[in-house]
Design a protein around this ligand. Structure first.
Ligand SMILES: *Cc1c(COP(=O)(O)O)cnc(C)c1O
Length: 388
């Protein structure tokens, strides 16, 4: 028998849980709270701007680093955190946050390097580290006592070795809805400086922080701007996940490095959508504030419904997601339940342990997306009540 065609380092990554769950959802006509995408459109002015670009002849390659008006808008937007970036040398537009993360790891890490990753982690992280040929060192989140999760800083310190090159952090955190505190991030910053690590921060939910909480970009902390690759994207902020317009802000040296990898992955993408995202960053942050408020209400609506249906709901402080413990309902394995759920009651959720290297430690949690119309959330809750 010939060896399988796929190289060994990518063999763990052939199937994504989302494709399988979406197929199940379709087969059983289930309400899909599995995948995190909104079911309403972004701001009308942004869509109008995109339309004008498409019909205005803006349909050829944009400049390699991205359209200048978008880079300027990104730099201005980052000033809200007290960080200044030169739009010409310190900002790079990418094909979503996903390409930004992959290009960053390809540019900065290679065989022999270790990258610290926090589990549960967004599914592309492990694959991106593997594509770079580097190794992931996985640390967990711990209980803070009041039901909150936080970074396990002891594990973080213990994971740093002479081979550690980078740490990949996501806050607000998918899938748990954890928002890392300024105090915790300050300690992360201190360790990055002490051990000369690069931080790669996935901030795609930067605007979706609830209950008056704050998003603290690691790059805004002392000593971090020059060693942080700050990544964000329009998808989650402006309800346009299909556009895949993301960006990187960092020092000129790090941005040039990421660009070296990025330019041979996609070179450029989404040309006619870039002016629309620039417009949205400059003009639609009030719309985003309304989105945030509405998502906070949806979080409450779904959390209450899940609690009513018998789940032990974990607090969510941001993102599109809330997690819930299935044990009070008499189940011990959330993954088993997730596979049965579409047929049994017609709802799709994702087991949190698919995002981890330690599936046993995370096997009690399901992730539900609440970035859906209220009718959809209510229908899902109605169906989930039949579980008891
Ligand atoms: C959705 C998501 C992404 C992907 O962002 P794109 O801009 O669509 O590539 C990256 N990280 C996290 C944590 C996400 O939830």
């Amino acid at each position: 028998m010939r060896e399988p065609a796929l190289v060994p380092r990518l063999r763990p990554f052939t199937a994504t849980v989302f494709a399988e769950m979406t197929a199940l959802a379709v087969r059983h006509d289930a309400v899909n709270l599995g995948q995190g995408f909104p079911d309403t459109d972004g701001p009308a002015g942004m869509l109008e701007t995109a339309k004008n670009s498409l019909f205005g002849g803006d349909n050829q390659y944009p400049p390699g680093p991205g359209r200048p008006e978008l880079r300027a808008a990104i730099a201005r937007h980052r000033q809200r955190y007290g960080t200044d970036y030169d739009p010409d040398t310190e900002v790079l537009v990418t094909a979503g946050a996903t390409e930004a993360i992959t290009a960053t790891l390809l540019a900065l890490t290679e065989a022999g390097d270790e990258v610290i990753v926090v589990e549960p982690y967004y599914d592309s992280y492990a694959a991106a580290v593997a594509m770079a040929g580097a190794q992931r060192r996985v640390i967990g989140l711990t209980e803070a006592g009041d039901g909150r999760l936080e970074l396990d800083l002891d594990a973080f310190r213990a994971a740093i070795t002479p081979r550690t090159r980078a740490v990949l952090l996501n806050s607000p955190h998918n899938p748990t809805g954890t928002v890392f505190s300024r105090a915790q991030l300050s300690e992360v910053a201190r360790l990055c400086v002490e051990h000369d690590l690069v931080a790669v921060t996935d901030e795609v939910y930067e605007h979706l922080v609830f209950d008056g909480g704050e998003h603290v970009p690691l790059a805004s902390l002392p000593g971090m701007r020059e060693r942080t690759v700050a990544i964000s994207s329009a998808g989650k902020t402006f309800n346009c996940t299909g556009w895949k317009i993301g960006w990187v802000c960092s020092s000129a040296e790090l941005v040039a490095a990421v660009k070296a990898a990025k330019q041979f992955i996609t070179f450029v993408s989404g040309g006619p959508l870039q002016p629309a995202v620039a417009y949205a960053l400059e003009n639609e942050l009030d719309w985003v504030e309304d989105l945030r408020t509405s998502l906070q209400e949806k979080r409450d609506r779904l959390s209450a419904g899940l609690a009513d249906a018998g789940f032990a709901v974990r607090p969510s402080f941001g993102t599109y997601f809330v997690t819930a413990d299935v044990r009070p309902l008499g189940f011990s394995d959330a993954a088993e339940l997730a596979w049965a759920l579409p047929e049994r009651v017609g709802v799709v959720a994702v087991p949190v342990n698919v995002f981890t290297d330690h599936p046993d430690e995370w096997k009690h949690l399901l992730r539900f997306a609440f970035c859906k119309r209220n009718e959809v959330i209510d229908e899902a809750v109605e169906r989930l009540r039949k579980l008891v």
